[in-house]
Write a protein of this length. Sequence first.
Length: 264
Amino acid sequence: MSNYSNRKGNIFITMINKSYKYRIYPNEQQKVLIHKTFGCSRFIYNWGLNQKIQSYKKDKSSLSCINLINQLTNLKEENIWLKDVNSQALQMSLRNLDNAFTKFFREKSGFPNFKSKKNKQSFQSPQKSKVNFNNNTISVLKIQNIKAKLHRKFEGKIKTVTISKTCSNKYYCSVLVELNENYPKKPEIKLNTSLGIDVGLKDFATFSSGEKVQNPKYLKNKLDKVRTLHYKLSKKIKGSNRRNKAKIKLARLYETISNRRDDF
């Protein structure tokens, strides 16, 4: 969640950006379009990263996001299949690449890496996206009426919609919404009704009252099963359907462990 203030006359309006994540269930035709967009967005991101690297090696120059976006028209003529997907998603890949470089220089984080189809896939659609709570569907450019589990409603302007696929073959949609709301007033702190909490590794939480909450250690409890699935995966032939099935089974186990940890 993020917020910013906008002044109109003598009135300050606080705008809050909040994200809502939903599970989606695309049909086979929608899956084809989604996977095409994943691949094209990944291709553009890797192409842009390579362009920036080569430009710096050549004359120490830096290509901006706008420079790369202006080259998309010619790139589409060379690769006609790029026209089959949402053009905004391609532009967002380059903007995400630009953000990755900004983070690298400002926060001294890792240098941006080339994306692989083996990892989590996603793309963003910044305009003309719709969420229909009556029909439980989500629509983005070129992919309409995707069935979704809309368990939470919202009222506000949709900024971006991000569609992603996990390693366990599940599809999700994250909707960033601009809300015209104010934060609640901060309550007054009273020492006689306050409690200090220290979160750690050995004990999940230690309270100032002396009480402790033990760490459930979900990964440790499932470690034998994790090792078994890793062993079975290592015995499968690379590229085979059995290896893909074993990989998904292992990913779902890790997902279960992560979900239990988050729920706790």
